[in-house]
Design a protein around this ligand. Structure first.
Ligand code: DAT
Ligand code: MG
Length: 149
């Protein structure tokens, strides 16, 4: 399995509820490698571009309102099969259906306030990473534990 990178975002509800550390802790303990991270308020155009696949859906306006309603914490994580594994760690989109032990299952409130975003496929990850991060803000560095994970 090849090493991948994925875009993960702690949504405004996660930031407001002091869950940034909890989320990062789960990815760190799982053995993933942090490549970039930033706290930011999201410009409306960026939120619309990020969620462009949903722009014809009835919830699109609400979704963009929510993502721009407070600061988010954007991250890029690297590791073996990280894209699909992160989606499993997040749990189903609807927190009511997300299994206990997943991030959304443990902390999510509703379909809107579901704590976290994660890229859903390699092409999406590439698109989202370049949409949210400048190359200069992505950092390659070695950890000596790498040979174990
Ligand atoms: P995911 O975030 O699991 O990739 P998605 O891409 O289908 O899910 O939808 C993006 C976000 O839009 C999702 O995290 C929450 C919101 N959303 C999705 N379906 C919705 C719905 N039926 N009503 C309200 N919000 C919805
Ligand atoms: Mg999605």
């Amino acid at each position: 399995m090849a090493k991948q990178r994925t875009f993960i975002m702690a949504k405004p509800d996660a930031v407001q509820r002091n869950l940034i550390g909890e989320i990062m802790n789960r990815f760190e303990r799982k053995g993933f490698h942090l490549i970039g991270a930033k706290l930011m308020n999201v410009p409306r155009e960026l939120a619309e571009e990020h969620y462009a696949e949903h722009n014809a859906k009835p919830f699109f306006g609400e979704l963009v309102d929510f993502i721009t309603s407070g600061a988010v914490f954007a991250m890029v994580w690297e590791g073996e099969n990280v894209i699909a594994t992160a989606r499993n760690m997040m749990g189903k989109t609807n927190p009511a259906e997300a299994a206990p032990g997943t991030i959304r299952g443990d902390f999510g409130i509703s379909m809107g306030m579901n704590i976290i975003h994660g890229s859903d496929a390699p092409e999406t990850a590439e698109r989202e990473i370049s949409l949210w991060f400048n190359q200069a803000d992505l950092h390659e560095y070695e950890k000596t534990i790498n040979k174990w994970i």
